[in-house]
Design a protein around this ligand. Structure first.
Ligand code: SF4
Length: 755
């Protein structure tokens, strides 16, 4: 039989849709009366207020510990505002997260889930039913997480695990929480040879014998709701026949045939397992005609609930508009462009860049920014300036036009060597430096077009690919100077000095008080920016460790585990690069914290109103962290103009609801209550000389770092052969500047020791 081919959307009326179904020989009811969508549905002891279900799509936007992130919470609030009667919250690991940005429910994230549930319920004009999809390998794990889900306020769970273990899990949960709604989302037809729900003789034909048997068994163990999904077979071509469609491939068949298969499978399950309500999926291609087919399938008893996935991401208000006005706005619907699928495939935060461009447009562009075509297009915009201002503004003085030229000439190895000559940690520098205050801010393209050449993206991509080729390790010189030096502090300055001194022929003892290398970027910022600098650091230092030119001593605090006298006796020179770990403070009543300790172990929740006293590098991370933890109003307070602020987030972040940027307001001190708990920050405007008090319950001080009190005596010692670098000298500058200063001090030490 001729398979009607894939068609982009082309229908302009409900009658067109009816005519097309007839032409294709498909039986799907198309109704003008949409009232079935508004009918409540009772499932177990719960009442779902209407027939719209928001399907689970993993958002990839959870916090490091698995708690819902700000975008996660926003997504579900929007579904609630849009009046979805059933909100099926996405894949959540029962226990600790196994991948970054994945939801995970455990004792440590319970409060954050509880907060999200509260927000969802507050945002909905109805009383939606909330189901949490839980993934776990064993019944005990699922039971524990299901009980936490009930505690967090969910109405039920969707259990995802090995099918053999599910009956036991269903029974155990039902016993402990009899009113809890037990659901399963099941792909009933895998559409590959030997797959689940597939005919033994022709994988292109479903065979529901096994799915029905399983679902009947689960129903006997308490299953109360089934969410049905199915793959589409590759209908043409031997290579396609071996695998199911990837979502971003053009399907082999007409989308109405795909929809018909999805609904028919759901209908078959519904008929075979009476009394088990079914959620039907696969509607997106229909755009504004979704409600007409959905109402028809409900009226004729093919399904019980209409599950919207991508359509819900694009158009979360659809149910509210259909229920109120009987129609959808064609211009707001999902256009099945697959941008959300690309985001998911790339591990980025998932949403609709087309219909929600303010939030997901930047996410999509960010995802694409390291693609070869994007990087090359960016490199081609470089004017290869003489006396380039970008170089002058770059703390490491990397020869930017030279490496961009090499990249344009497809010579990535040379491009890397040009970068490496001035910066041994170019990935770290590229990802943690405030680009607009340094090279990119000075790029002439910033002046000419408003968009700089993506210098740091190019540097980053070239450098990580060099690491992949094994080209980044310390270059071990054949001869030694015969001298041993000590470096205290393994932040960017200490590490840069280490690399240069090893390459100059020294043996280096590196002392670090924590258990890891990298300083503030690794110890504090990595968890908040989801970017771990350690693979780069490890790759660079590994040859020095293997050749015993470098000895790293972790857990070594100056004055406690390691002493000045010993350092001086055992080494030709000592470099002190401990960094700064103490924020400048206006006083520390209860509720006032330094940014670094806050970021190192942030609490699960924060009060509604939080002030960030900004200026230092950790202010942005602190602001993001409090936002993720539920702060409703965040005051970013800074004594100067915004252009001077160390800030890596896009300007648009300041327009996020609840964020108040108070620039040119100098913090003077705190208002406290009788228990010495902070109640407000006293401020004075730098130009207007006005004074005011901003009422807050938490203040995070991130103004600037200063020398820790216990280090001051050591720094006061004028000892020959002792050098100081990094934040102790520059007061906590950018990573690039610390790296540059580490290299410079290493060369100064070498000069002194050679003279
Ligand atoms: S200033 Fe901009 S355009 Fe000029 S060399 Fe630097 S990156 Fe290229």
């Amino acid at each position: 039989m001729e398979i009607p081919g894939y068609q982009p959307f082309y229908l302009s009326s409900v009658d067109d849709l009816r005519a097309e179904l007839t032409r294709l020989g498909l039986t799907l009811p198309v109704d003008d009366d949409l009232s079935p969508l508004a009918q409540p549905l009772t499932v177990g002891s719960k009442q779902i207020p209407n027939r719209f279900c928001a399907q689970p799509i993993a958002g990839g936007d959870a916090c490091a510990d698995g708690a819902p992130g700000e975008l996660t919470r926003r997504r579900y609030r929007r579904y609630a505002e849009g009046r979805f009667g059933l909100i099926w919250v996405e894949k959540t690991i029962a226990g600790q997260p196994v991948k970054p940005a994945q939801l995970a429910l455990h004792a440590g994230t319970l409060d954050a889930f509880r907060t999200m549930v509260r927000e969802i319920r507050a945002a909905s004009p109805d009383q939606p039913i909330l189901i949490l999809q839980l993934n776990g390998d064993n019944p005990e794990q699922l039971l524990r997480a299901a009980l936490l889900a009930a505690e967090a306020g969910f109405d039920g769970v969707d259990l995802q695990g090995t099918s053999a273990a599910l009956p036991e899990s269903l029974t155990a949960i039902q016993k402990r929480a009899p009113d809890f709604l037990l659901a399963i989302r099941l792909r009933v037809y895998e559409a590959v040879r030997g797959g689940f729900g597939v005919s033994a003789t022709d994988y292109r034909q479903p065979d529901l014998t096994e799915p029905i048997r399983l679902v009947q068994r689960w129903q006997d163990h308490g299953l109360a709701l089934l969410n049905v999904t199915a793959a589409s077979p590759g209908l043409r071509g031997a290579d396609r026949a071996m695998k199911a469609h990837a979502d971003f491939e053009i399907p082999d068949e007409h989308p109405l045939m795909t929809l018909h298969r999805q609904i028919s499978l759901a209908q078959a399950l519904r008929a075979a397992v009476p009394g088990l309500p079914i959620v039907g999926s696969g509607w997106s291609w229909l755009r504004q005609f979704v409600p007409h087919v959905a109402a028809g399938t409900l009226r004729t008893g093919m399904i019980d609930l209409v599950g919207l996935g991508r359509s819900a991401l694009a158009y979360p208000m659809a149910p509210a508009e259909i229920l109120a006005g009987g129609q959808m706005d064609a211009a707001a619907t999902c256009i099945v462009c697959q941008a959300c699928v690309q985001l998911r495939e790339e591990g980025a935060a998932v949403g609709c860049p087309i219909r929600d461009p303010a939030v997901y447009g930047p996410v999509y562009r960010n995802m694409r920014r390291f693609d070869a075509d994007q990087l090359l297009a960016g490199a081609k915009r470089c004017h290869l300036c003489e006396a380039a201002p970008c170089v002058a503004a770059s703390p490491t003085r990397v020869d930017i036009p030279a490496f961009i030229q090499a990249y344009r000439q497809s010579d990535e190895s040379r491009a890397y060597e040009i970068i490496r000559a001035r910066d041994p940690f170019p990935e770290l520098t590229a990802r943690y430096s405030p680009a607009w205050l340094e090279s990119e801010g000075a790029c002439i393209e910033t002046t000419l077009t408003g968009t700089p050449v993506p210098i740091l993206d190019l540097q980053y991509a070239i450098s990580w690919r060099a690491r992949d080729r094994g080209a980044t390790g310390v270059r071990i010189p054949p001869t030694l100077t015969g001298r041993r030096v000590a470096i205290v502090g393994a932040g960017p300055s200490g590490l840069a000095a280490t690399v240069r001194l090893v390459e100059l022929g020294y043996i280096v003892d590196l002392y670090e008080q924590s258990d890891r290398l990298g300083g503030v970027p690794t110890r504090v910022l990595a968890a908040h920016r989801q970017l771990d600098p350690r693979p780069e650091i490890d790759a660079i230092l590994q040859p020095a460790l293997a050749a015993e030119r470098l000895h790293v001593h972790f857990g070594a605090t100056l004055g406690k585990d390691v002493h000045w006298e010993k350092l001086r006796t055992d080494h030709a020179a000592v470099l002190l690069a401990t960094g700064l770990w103490q924020e400048r403070s206006l006083g520390r009543p209860h509720g006032v914290l330094g940014a670094l300790p806050f970021l190192e172990s942030p609490p699960a929740t924060v009060p509604d109103r939080v002030a960030i006293l900004a200026g230092g590098d950790a202010a942005m991370d602190a602001a993001r962290a409090v936002q993720q933890r539920g702060a409703k109003e965040i005051f970013i307070i800074y004594g100067g103009p915004r252009s001077e602020l160390h800030w890596h987030l896009p300007e648009s972040w300041f327009a996020t609801p609840g964020v108040r940027a108070m620039m040119s307001w100098e913090p003077l001190g705190y208002e406290t209550d009788q228990e010495d708990h902070v109640r407000g920050v006293r401020l004075r405007h730098a130009d207007l000389r006005l004074e005011t008090v901003v009422p807050v319950e938490l203040v995070i001080e991130a103004m600037e770092l200063q020398v820790a009190d216990d280090l001051r005596p050591a720094l006061a010692l004028p000892v020959r052969g002792v050098y100081i670098a990094g934040a102790l000298v520059n007061g906590g500058a950018s990573v690039g500047r610390c790296v540059a200063e580490g290299l410079a001090i290493a060369e100064a030490m070498h000069r002194d020791l050679s003279s």
